[in-house]
Ligand binder design. Sequence first.
Ligand code: FE2
Length: 354
Amino acid sequence: MTEDIAATLRPISEPRILDGVYSDDQHRRLVDVVRRNGPWKLILAQHFKSPEEVVATVSGGMPEGVELSFDMFLTPNFRGYFAQNGTCLYPEIEDAFYNSAFLEQARSYWNARYARPEMMLFNIQGPSGSTDPAHLDATTFRGVTMKNTPIWLMNTMTKSGLFKHWLHRKAQVITWFYPGRIGGGFTYWPEGPHAQPKRLAAPMWNRGVVVQNEMMYHRGEANGPVDMRTPAGLAFQSLLGADPDAPDGWRITTDGAVIQKIPPAETRFLVHWSAEIYMDMAELKVVMDSTDDLTHERVFDMFVKDLRTRGITFPVPSDPFTDTAFIRLLNKTYDVGAPRFYPAEAPGPRQAAA
Ligand SMILES: [Fe+2]
């Protein structure tokens, strides 16, 4: 069963590699927004309420009996948004978000008629480990989106293969500014998580990919000097912001105390731009007019029916959004496992720990 699912987890097209993605002036303004509007929270702290939710989003379940805790996933990766729900949050970078060159890339990647910018975020970090074996980006469906649904549920819907009819088509342009020479590349599995991966190696400065990352397993690799990857004092509430003492430097604080300073040479800055895609006017109308939307009730009904069809017995949860036993059951049932192969230069977290 998971073989079938693994084989369907492929992007619509082979990822395209781009160089010189942003102008120097755009890059300067993007960084300036990050420096002036921080500090920024950990990625984990922004998206998840429990470790079970994290596990449902990454691939590969936890062994039975292992007690989950946030510490297992605590790496110093921070995030903020430049644009959300089609709206640019900072006028000084509007040209980067409402970006005709990116829209043309997105349309041609899908061979589609229309594209609409949806979201733009950045990840920023200094040296960091990677506990992520590989993941899918937030999938959304007609009626089931970031506005009303947690990421773990949408990604479990993707892995199940039950909801393809309602999947929102998307394309991303993901760009890195990372001058470091220790790790920090991008591994991706365009033929599915059971096939051989491909890799973009660091240093990567203004280099990007056009992808469909919610249907393609991928991971950011561990980066930077190993002894700097887990700063002492890192906690769920840690923040990253501009270092006032260094014009291009950054710092991590926990409860107001500086726990690490990050020099520019070790800063890994990623900009993620995403667009919704509509193949033609008919699809555009179905989406915009909400004539064929899913509801949460229908989603859980379809899961419950599918689990029963598989002969699995379980108590029907009263609140499936927060019922950790039910989340674990979905995760286990639709798990395709961690990718089978990793590049020799960038082993997966379990190989690296072995
Ligand atoms: Fe991702």
